[in-house]
Design a protein around this ligand. Structure first.
Ligand SMILES: [Zn+2]
Length: 284
């Protein structure tokens, strides 16, 4: 296998220097062998670009960590501070269906799962039945871990709600469902109608409507709708857990909730943790 790297040089107004956006893909490419020197140069440029994103993300989300650090930090806490046996943990996720979130939910593939509870926007659409099924699947003498929250894209220009997706020249919305909801609630006459064929989006918008004023009054509406959605998801996860606590045959459930921040393809995404707790089910 040889490495094929496609580099796109872009002029970036935000710091007046030429910045480099990469699409870096490992693929079999028999007729184009890339020299090791080129590979080293590209790796350095990827590191440089990651640093730029790091700075930009932390302007908006000062507590955010990249996906690898998030995994190391919280798996470490579970194992060392809470003495949980990581080899017997089943994970559930309640994040948006968007393909861009997959790398943020791997946790180095050391946990069982994930059981997928989330739908558009990250709301746990699997509901109480989903929580019950998840509870029944946990290894004996094991524990549960639920990773949840909405997501938001960011560009190096500091535009929230946008990102460059794989092999696309123009920016697109992220989260698409939330940005669509935002464009609709900006019309004061708008009211979602629950229909079978667009159930998740309509329910998402129905939930968001109670935050309409605070979103529209905010300086950054894309960020505000994402923050509001975090609160909606966080409450639903806690409610479902409480309602289904008798279905668990283990003692502890770990929750990690926050906001996923999507950068460019080929670079690490970030996670701004808002809640980490190890819940004793008997205390609910
Ligand atoms: Zn989304």
């Amino acid at each position: 296998m040889v490495v094929s790297v496609r580099s796109v040089i872009q002029t970036n107004e935000y710091d007046q220097t030429a910045s480099v956006a990469f699409i870096c893909k490992f693929t079999t490419f028999p007729n184009r062998t890339l020299g090791i020197q080129q590979y080293i140069t590209d790796t350095k440029l990827i590191t440089m670009l990651q640093r730029k994103f790091d700075k930009k993300v932390k302007e908006f989300f000062p507590g955010a960590m990249d996906a690898k650090d998030t995994s190391i930090h919280y798996l470490g806490k579970m194992q060392i501070e809470h003495e949980l046996d990581i080899s017997k943990v089943l994970m559930a996720t309640s994040v948006c269906s968007d393909d861009i979130n997959i790398p943020s939910t791997t946790f180095f593939n050391v946990l069982f799962g994930p059981f997928i509870m989330g739908g558009l926007g990250g709301l746990p659409f699997a509901g109480q039945t989903g929580m019950t099924a998840f509870a029944h699947h946990i290894p004996d003498e094991g524990s549960a871990f639920i990773f949840y929250g909405p997501h938001i894209g960011i560009t190096l220009d500091g535009e929230l709600g946008k990102m460059y997706r794989p092999r696309q020249e123009e920016t697109g919305n992220s989260c698409g469902a939330l940005m669509l909801a935002l464009s609709r609630i900006q019309d004061s006459e708008y009211s979602p109608v629950i229909v079978d064929d667009d159930y998740q989006q309509m329910k998402l918008e129905e939930n968001i409507l109670s935050y309409r004023d605070q979103i529209l009054e905010s300086e950054n509406q894309a960020k505000a709708i994402t923050e509001a959605t975090y609160e909606i998801i966080d409450k639903k996860i806690h409610d479902h857990l409480k309602d289904c606590k008798d279905e668990f045959h283990v003692d502890k459930v770990t929750l990690l909730g926050g906001i996923i921040i999507n950068t460019d393809y080929g670079l690490d995404d970030y996670f701004d943790a808002r809640n980490f707790e190890v819940i004793e089910l008997k205390d609910l």
